[in-house]
Design a protein around this ligand. Structure first.
Ligand SMILES: NC(=O)c1ccc[n+]([C@@H]2O[C@H](COP(=O)([O-])OP(=O)(O)OC[C@H]3O[C@@H](n4cnc5c(N)ncnc54)[C@H](O)[C@@H]3O)[C@@H](O)[C@H]2O)c1
Ligand SMILES: [Fe+2]
Length: 386
C-alpha cells in the first residue's frame, strides 16, 4: 500500500455494512482480522459483518478485547495475540478506541515494529495490509485521521502517534450501528466531533481543504446533535453525526486540533475522564479564551451553526457563539464531577505542566496559552464542575 494522507473512499448509508464482503474482496483479501471492543461485540453490532464474511468464504479472526482508551501495553498485547493469524486485511468496528487499536495493528503487521518503536518515532515505509473502518460512535473521526492515541501510564499522558499510513482505505458510515449509542456517549462523542471541526477551523494550520470540511461538519452537528441525543433512533440525525465526525477526521488530517485537546489530554491521561467528556467540559472555556484572536473565523462558525448574526459586531457574534456552546453543553447534560475524579485546585500545577507538553497542538492554538492562562482555565473548570 502506498502512503495516503487523506481518506480515499467513504461509503455512507443505513445498511451499508451489509456490503462488507464485497469491500473486503475488492482488495483480494481472504483473511480478515476484525478489531472491536467488548461493548460493541456483546451488543451484537458485529454479527451482520461476521455472517456476511463467513458466507463469502472469508477467514475471520475476531479481537474483541479492546478496552476503552487503551494503554500502550494493551494495544501491544492485542497485536501479539493477533499476529499469528497472518491477516491480509484489518477491519475495525467500534469507537475511537477500537479504531485506533486497529490502525496501529495494521501499521505494525508485517513491518517488524512494536508500539514502543512507533512512540519512539520509527515509521515503516508502507502499510502492508488494507484497512477498512466502521465507526460505531460519531465523534473521533479516527477513520479519517492519521492519528492513533494510546495511554502511556508512566507519563500520565495520552500520546498521539501520527502517521499518514494509518488513514484507512475505506470508511463505512452506517447509522444503524449508532442507533443504540447511549445518550451520554452520544453527547460526549458528538461534542468531540464538534471540537475537532471548530479547533481545526481556528488552528494556525487551517487551510482551504480543511476549512470546507469544518464548516459543513459544524452545520451538520448544529442541525443534528440535539436530535440524535433526544431520539437515538433518529437515523437521519445519526447519519449527519457520522458524516460530521468523519469530516472532523478529514479536517484533523489537514489541520490540527488546538487548545481544547491539549488541555484535555491530562484529564484523560492521569484521571481517566473519557476523551469526549474532557473535551466537552473544556470546550466553552477555551473557545472563550481564543475568541479575540479569531473573530472572523468565529463569525463563520456562528453562521455555519445557523445563529442569527445579522447586524451584530464581530465581538457580539463571538460572544453569541460562546454562549451557544455553554447552552449546548447544558442541553446535553454535559457535566463531570471533577472532585470525585481527584481533580481539585491542588492538582492545577500538575495538569498545567502535563498540558504544556502537548506542544504538537498548543503551538497551533490561536492564542499563545501561557502556563498562567492554563492555570486560570483549569481553576475555572474546577470551580464550575465542583
Ligand atoms: N485517532 C484519532 O484521531 C482520535 C481522535 C479523537 C479521539 N481518539 C481516541 O478515541 C478514543 C475514544 O473513542 P470514542 O469516544 O469513540 O469511545 P470508545 O471507543 O472508547 O467507546 C466508548 C464506549 O462506547 C461503547 N460503544 C461504542 N459504540 C457503541 C454503540 N454503537 N452502541 C453502544 N455502545 C457503544 C464502547 O463499547 C465503549 O464502552 C480515545 O482513546 C481517544 O483518545 C482518537
Ligand atoms: Fe478528539
Amino acid at each position: 500500500m502506498s502512503a495516503i494522507g487523506l481518506i480515499r473512499r467513504i461509503v455512507e448509508g443505513c445498511g451499508s455494512l451489509d456490503n462488507i464482503a464485497a469491500e473486503v474482496q475488492s482488495f483480494g483479501a481472504k483473511r480478515v482480522l476484525m478489531v472491536t471492543d467488548k461493548g460493541v461485540y456483546s451488543l451484537g453490532l458485529t454479527k451482520g459483518a461476521e455472517a456476511a464474511l463467513a458466507s463469502a468464504g472469508l477467514e475471520l479472526c475476531i479481537e474483541s478485547e479492546v478496552p476503552p482508551e487503551p494503554t500502550q501495553a494493551q494495544v501491544q498485547a492485542i497485536f501479539d495475540k493477533a499476529v499469528g493469524f497472518n491477516a491480509d486485511l484489518v477491519l475495525a468496528i467500534g469507537g475511537g478506541s477500537a479504531m485506533d487499536t486497529a490502525k496501529l495493528i495494521a501499521l505494525m503487521l508485517r513491518n517488524d515494529l512494536n508500539v514502543q518503536d512507533l512512540l519512539d518515532g520509527k515509521r515503516p515505509q508502507s502499510r502492508k495490509v488494507p484497512l477498512i473502518m466502521v465507526p460505531t460512535t460519531a465523534g473521533t473521526g479516527s477513520e479519517a485521521t492519521p492519528n492513533a492515541i494510546v495511554l502511556v501510564p508512566e507519563q500520565n499522558l495520552k500520546i498521539g502517534i501520527v502517521c499518514d499510513l494509518m488513514v484507512c482505505d475505506v470508511a463505512i458510515l452506517d447509522a444503524k450501528l449508532t442507533a443504540g449509542l447511549p445518550q451520554a456517549i452520544t453527547a460526549n462523542t458528538g461534542i468531540d466531533a464538534l471540537c475537532h471541526l471548530m479547533e481545526c477551523y481556528v488552528s494556525k494550520k487551517h487551510n482551504p481543504l480543511s476549512d470546507g470540511f469544518c464548516l459543513r461538519g459544524i452545520s451538520l452537528i448544529a442541525r443534528s446533535l440535539r436530535r440524535a441525543y433526544t431520539d437515538g433512533t433518529d437515523l437521519a440525525a445519526r447519519s449527519d453525526m457520522l458524516l460530521a465526525s468523519c469530516f472532523g477526521g478529514i479536517a484533523i488530517a489537514g489541520s490540527s486540533t488546538v487548545g481544547i485537546h491539549a488541555l484535555s489530554y491530562p484529564l484523560g491521561g492521569r484521571y481517566h475522564i473519557p476523551h469526549g467528556l474532557s473535551n466537552a467540559i473544556l470546550m466553552p472555556y477555551i473557545m472563550e479564551e481564543n475568541a479575540p484572536y479569531c473573530l472572523e473565523r468565529y463569525s463563520d462558525i456562528a453562521k455555519a451553526m445557523g445563529l442569527d448574526t445579522a447586524g451584530k459586531s464581530a465581538e457580539e457574534v463571538a460572544q453569541m457563539l460562546v454562549k451557544e456552546l455553554y447552552e449546548l453543553n447544558r442541553f446535553l447534560n454535559i457535566h463531570c464531577d471533577l472532585k470525585a475524579k481527584g481533580i481539585t485546585l491542588d492538582v492545577v500545577d500538575e495538569l498545567t505542566a502535563a498540558a504544556a507538553k502537548v506542544t504538537r497542538l498548543l503551538s497551533n492554538n490561536p492564542k499563545d496559552l501561557s502556563p498562567d492562562d492554563m492555570k486560570r482555565i483549569y481553576r475555572r473548570l474546577i470551580a464550575d464542575n465542583a
